[in-house]
Design a protein around this ligand. Structure first.
Ligand SMILES: *[C@@H]1O[C@H](CO)[C@@H](O)[C@H](O)[C@H]1NC(C)=O
Ligand SMILES: *[C@@H]1O[C@H](CO)[C@@H](O)[C@H](O)[C@H]1NC(C)=O
Length: 517
């Protein structure tokens, strides 16, 4: 999101339940992140130091500090180390607005994670913000641990989804004592089903938001093996999964019934806006979709822009993969439901493979970004994850898959209408900020899905040289002008940079020993 909210509340008045309130005299990070704070790094990019002082950080764990300390010697380039040091801890340093326990169930850990400059919790962003710490995650019952942050986010996301499964961004829970943020751009939205503004910040139905809950659950489970958490008495993980499956099966339905009458759309969305990507056609139902494709409809993309065609392939890849993966958790609680999950995931996968591929005159067989099932398709990619480029990261397919490789060549070529290139940054962008603006996140995904040393090295160079000396990863950067960028404080992108560096450390440690001057 590009709009910055005039703002209520980050440093709140201390109350007993607020575990992470920072002192009121701490600088506001929306401002601090836009300043070139000393001491500058010693390479030619002279990057600012962007960590808040220790007492002003919203959460801290020793594992993250230890990795930063190790990287001080493993990363040879002083600017690259600075960029890692600023970005990797950014979610912990600045976005854990509240961590505590449920009012009715004192064993219910809760974590409210803001996106950064926008004071609300996005299901997708928060799952990805935590994912950057996945390699450091281990089983730990303590409320001060990374594991507890994950559990708290899973519990809170579950609450949100059970209450409003079609919505994408949410308000702090009542237990936090934090005020809800008034969302001015959603003031006149027409949305069905209705929702409460004290719970929901914005209600754009995006399939990947539901898949994000499954991703987060699986990330936690795969590192901790903590099946007991998911089956906790009074815990509602299994009911959340049931709500997700019910909601998404409704969205398998096409626009027309077999006798030609209209099926009621389970979701409708219209907004008063001068941006076409902020609202939907056909009285809020969007462009018609074919029945029985096996692909689940999504009204919006992970950029929060409206889908042109609602059979949105990347979110379906993510949903199929994580629904299947979470059956490994469910099997411990309810074998029948685990089978249903696997079966549903397979239906989606078959649908993607049947309706989601097209033949391109230059690249051969490849995945489309969106289809309608009638034959129309949209060939493009957008930087936000899930994207087509990220399909191997999502675990949907292997990086060497030939159809993926064709798709990847298309995405990174000028045949992709949203590929931006120029002297500053070559990367995918999208309609959210618009043509001309390349997204570092797009380039990060390119590096995370590459096995080519030269490609990774060149990419790191571009990321390092395009922060306007601020030493943080921005949402978008003009591919011809480093000084034009959006969002000084975008925690997901910062975390993803850290995730990429940890991945390089694992797979290609020699690239951390290069100088990027
Ligand atoms: C299933 O979803 C439909 C439409 O989204 C909703 O009306 C219904 O209440 C849901 N049922 C359950 C059991 O969640
Ligand atoms: C982007 O690609 C173009 C064409 O290949 C190249 O000339 C340019 O140097 C690249 N930009 C960056 C920042 O690497």
């Amino acid at each position: 999101m590009a709009l910055s909210m005039s703002g209520l509340i980050f440093a709140v008045i201390l109350s007993a339940s607020v575990a992470t309130a920072i002192p009121a005299d701490c600088p506001k990070y929306e401002q601090a992140s836009g300043n070139v704070n000393p001491p500058l790094s010693e390479g030619k990019y002279s990057l600012a130091y962007q960590r808040p002082e220790t007492r002003c950080r919203t959460f801290a764990v020793p594992e993250v500090e230890a990795v930063i300390e190790e990287m001080k010697t493993e990363i040879v380039d002083p600017d690259l180390f600075r960029l890692f040091e600023n970005t990797f801890p950014n979610t912990l340093d600045t976005t854990i607005s509240w961590k505590g326990f449920g009012e009715e169930d004192p064993d219910e850990e809760l974590t409210f994670i803001r996106t950064g400059d926008i004071n609300a919790m996005w299901l997708r962003d928060s799952a990805n913000q935590l994912q950057s710490y996945k390699p450091l995650l281990r089983a730990d019952p303590s409320p001060d641990s990374l594991a507890s942050l994950f559990r708290g986010a899973i519990n809170l996301q579950g609450r949100y989804i059970r209450q409003s499964p079609h919505c994408n961004a949410f308000q702090p829970p009542p237990e936090s004592g934090l005020e809800p943020e008034y969302n001015s751009w959603a003031a006149t939205d027409f949305v069905v089903p209705r929702f409460s503004k004290s719970v929901v910040f914005e209600c754009k139905y995006e399939l990947d938001s539901l898949a994000a809950f499954l991703q987060l659950s699986h990330d936690y489970f795969s590192r901790t093996g903590d099946a007991a958490f998911f089956g906790r008495p009074g815990g509602a993980w299994a009911s959340t999964v049931a709500v997700i499956m019910n909601t998404t099966s409704e969205l398998l339905r096409g626009t027309y019934a077999s006798d030609g009458t209209l099926n009621r759309s389970p979701f409708l969305f219209e907004r008063k806006s001068n941006k076409a990507s902020e609202t939907t056609s056909n009285e809020g139902a969007g462009a018609p979709v074919r029945a029985d494709t096996g692909i689940v409809r999504s009204f919006f993309r992970p950029s929060d822009d409206a889908c042109v065609f609602q059979l949105f392939v990347p979110a379906n890849m993510m949903f199929a993969r994580y629904l299947d993966a979470c059956a490994d958790i469910m099997v411990e609680l309810d074998g029948g439901t685990a089978d249903t999950m696997r079966g549903f995931a397979e239906v989606v996968r078959v649908g993607i493979e049947k309706y989601g591929r097209v033949e391109h005159r230059e690249f051969g067989e490849m995945y489309a970004y969106e289809v309608d099932g009638f034959g129309s398709h949209n060939l493009m990619d957008d930087a936000n994850i899930p994207s087509l480029l990220s399909a191997p990261m999502l675990g949907y397919l292997d990086r060497d898959d030939p159809v993926y490789q064709n798709t990847r060549r298309f995405i990174l070529s000028t045949e992709n209408p949203y590929f931006m290139f120029g002297p500053v940054l070559n990367a995918t962008g999208g309609p959210h900020i618009g043509p001309g603006m390349a997204w570092p996140m797009g380039l990060l995904v390119q590096l995370l899905t590459s096995d080519d040393d030269t490609e990774i090295e060149k990419g790191i160079r571009q990321l390092l040289s395009s922060t306007s000396s601020l030493g943080l990863i921005h949402e978008s950067v003009n591919s011809h002008d480093e000084k034009k960028w959006t969002r000084s404080w975008f925690a997901w992108a910062n975390g993803l940079f850290g995730q990429m560096i940890l991945d390089v450390r694992e797979r290609k440690p020699h690239l951390l020993r290069l100088r990027y001057q």
